[in-house]
Every structure is written in C-alpha cells, then in structure tokens.
Design a protein around this ligand. Structure first.
Ligand code: NAD
Ligand code: UDP
Length: 320
C-alpha cells in the first residue's frame, strides 16, 4: 500500500538513505529539513522523482501536513555540530518532538523517534539494555543533545499514555556510511579523510574508549522494520551493531584499508566522552527479526570509496 510519509531531517545522513528506501518502495515521501547539517546534494537522486518532495522548514516551528506516518530524525547528531548551538539543539529535540507528536495526534498516525544511545550517557551497565536508566550529565557539553533526546522520549511516552499516539522509539547507536558529512567531526569520517590525505590521525584520549559501529543500510532497515512492527511494542528499542571496537583499533583498521602513510597522534579526550558503548540488541532481534549484516571491514571499505570520490571531485590538493 502506498503511504504518504514525512521524514524530518530528511536531507541529513540517515534521513537521505531512509528517504531513498521509502521512495524505492513506491511511497510518497516528504523530506522536511532546515539544512543546518543536511545538504540538498544528499537528495540529488530523489529531487527528480515524482513521489518525492523536499520542504525547507525548521521543526522548532509548527507544521501542518497531511501524511500517513512520520519518521522524526531532525537534529544534528555529531558532537561538533550539536555543541555549536546547544540551545538550538535542545529546542530542535524538544519543540520538534512536540510539533511532530501534535501532528501524529491530530492525524491519528504512527510516529517514530530517532533517539540515541547518548540517552545512556557514560554508562555503568554494559552492554546497554533498554531498561537501563543511564548515567547522564545534566550540565556538561553533551547535555544539550543527551537531555534533549531524553525529554523527547518522555514526550513520546506521555503522548502515548495521554493521547493514544502510536509511537516507536529507536535508540540508535553510532552509525556510519556514505554521505556522512565530511566535516562533522565524527570518528569514522575524521579518520577516513585524514587517512586518505595522509594526514595525522587524531586519536582522542588513549584510544581505549569503545563504540559499536553500524553500517547505514542495516540501520535504515531496522528503522523501517520498527515503524512497521505488528506486535505490541513496549518502550524503546536499541538499534546498532553489537560489535564493540576501540578507537585505537578503528584507527589502525582505517590506516590498513586505505594503505595510508598517516601516523597516529594523540589529542585530549573531550569532556564527558563515554568510555564504553555497545548495544544489547536482543529486543530488536526478537521483535523485528533484525540484526546488522554488514561487517565493519566491508562497511568501512564502502565508506572509504565514497570519501575517496568526494575528495577527488573536490580536487583535494593534499591527497596525492
Ligand atoms: P545529520 O546531522 O546528518 O542529520 C540531521 C538532519 O536534521 C540534518 O539534515 C539537519 O539539517 C536537520 N535538522 C537539524 N535541525 C533541524 C531543525 N531545527 N529543523 C529541521 N531540520 C533540522 O545526522 P544523522 O546522523 O542523519 O542523524 C539523524 C537522526 O538520528 C538524529 O536525530 C540523530 O540524533 C539520530 N542519531 C544518529 C546517530 C548516528 O550515528 N548517525 C546515532 C544516534 C542517533
Ligand atoms: N574520536 C577520536 N578522534 C576523532 C574524533 C573522535 O578519537 O578525530 C573519538 C571520540 O573521542 C569518541 C569516539 O571517537 O571517543 C566517537 O566519537 P564520535 O564523535 O564519532 O561519536 P560519539 O562520541 O558521539 O559516540
């Protein structure tokens, strides 16, 4: 059945991949974005499609559309971007959630929230299960994002309890792949671009902190399965690849895969940088019959090929 689907943050990294999958399935897709971190180029394959529409709009302001379901992804996701204007980050999460939940309530339609592993903060339970309440700073530099996303989740639960809105909450763990923003400061994009340019690889701290990296295609599949779940849903669902990797390991792997001459240099660990992060995905496996399929090495090779193309197109002077 063809649906009208709204994707907020549709010009961003995850949003553009999601829009492509939905358009390919024949749905009518509207991407709403204020282009704060997203780009129109991310949508270039879609703009000529008759069942796709891009709308410039800031979700901190009300929006009235008639659609059948909503994926709420609007929010800068990389620490560099979300800390640039922390008040706007919190506003985007909280006011964006209120406006999109209001639309879902008015129309009686399902809505999916792109929440995050950051709601667990610097966790003291490992791997993170959905009923873990987290260890989050209320005042640190990451709080604008973490607390904004926590408040958005609270709003989702209250709209469900008070107004019967059909909600889905995906707690997304670190995701990477083609069309990540070259300058967003996230570890995978930073290391790949540094390696391709034979520049020093900037490892923060001692490099022993861990993350679990999920390839974008796997993540988008998980989001779509969660939206379309038929069983009764209770609370949030972790989506991520449960293969834990240290930052030193990922630096080494990227140097090897790119054949780079880059050396590793150590830089101070940013404040409140989580030491360990890895999802327990049992709930997603059971409810959605979902697990990531793309191994880290293969996903990195595809991401390296993408950034190689971007740097070549820019006639990047440092690269050769
Ligand atoms: P991104 O920064 O590439 O995309 C976010 C998009 O939202 C951008 O296109 C941006 O312009 C748009 N946006 C920001 N503020 C807006 C506003 N006020 N109004 C309208 N549009 C606005 O990030 P991403 O990696 O694609 O992340 C998408 C969502 O997934 C975010 O909500 C993020 O918190 C969540 N998430 C991502 C990851 C990850 O590893 N990529 C991990 C956890 C959660
Ligand atoms: N990191 C790093 N070098 C970089 C960028 C990031 O060592 O050039 C580290 C960072 O300190 C963190 C991890 O990589 O421990 C993941 O950082 P990212 O910003 O990608 O995501 P998040 O911290 O939000 O998981």
């Amino acid at each position: 059945m063809q649906k009208r689907i709204l994707v907020t943050g549709g010009a961003g990294f995850l949003g553009c991949h999601l829009c492509e999958r939905l358009v390919a399935q024949g749905h009518q897709v509207i991407a709403v974005d204020n282009y704060y971190t997203g780009r129109r180029e991310n949508l270039s394959a879609l703009l000529s499609q008759p069942n796709f529409e891009a709308l410039r709009h800031d979700v901190t302001f009300p929006l009235y559309l008639e659609v059948d379901e909503i994926y709420n992804l609007a929010c800068p996701a990389s620490p560099v971007h979300y800390q640039r204007d922390p008040v706007q980050t919190t506003k985007t999460s909280v006011l964006g959630a209120i406006h999109m939940l209001g639309m879902a309530k008015r129309l009686g339609i399902p809505i999916l929230q792109a929440s995050t592993s950051e709601i667990y903060g610097d966790p003291d339970v490992h791997p993170q299960v959905e009923d873990y309440r987290g260890l989050v700073s209320i005042s640190g530099p990451r709080a604008c994002y973490d607390e904004g996303k926590r408040c958005a989740e609270t709003l989702f639960y209250d709209y469900k309890r008070r107004h019967g809105v059909e909600i889905r909450i995906a707690r997304i763990f670190n995701t990477y792949g083609p069309r990540m923003n070259l300058e967003d400061g996230r570890v995978v994009s930073n290391f790949i671009v540094q390696a391709l340019r034979n520049e020093p690889i900037t490892l923060y701290g001692d490099g022993r902190q861990t993350r679990a990296f999920c390839f974008v295609d796997d993540l988008v599949e998980g989001l779509m399965r969660l939206m379309n779940v038929t069983q009764k849903l209770d609370g949030a669902v972790n989506l991520g690849n449960p293969v834990e990797t240290s930052m030193a390991e990922i630096a080494q792997l990227i140097v090897e895969l790119t054949g780079s001459r880059s050396q590793i240099v150590y830089r101070p660990l940013p404040q409140d940088d989580p030491r360990q992060r890895c999802p327990d995905i049992s709930k997603a496996q059971e409810l959605l019959h979902w697990a990531p399929k793309v191994p880290l090495q293969e996903g990195l090779q595809r991401t390296i090929a993408y950034f190689d193309g971007v740097l070549s197109a820019m006639h990047d002077p440092v690269r050769h």
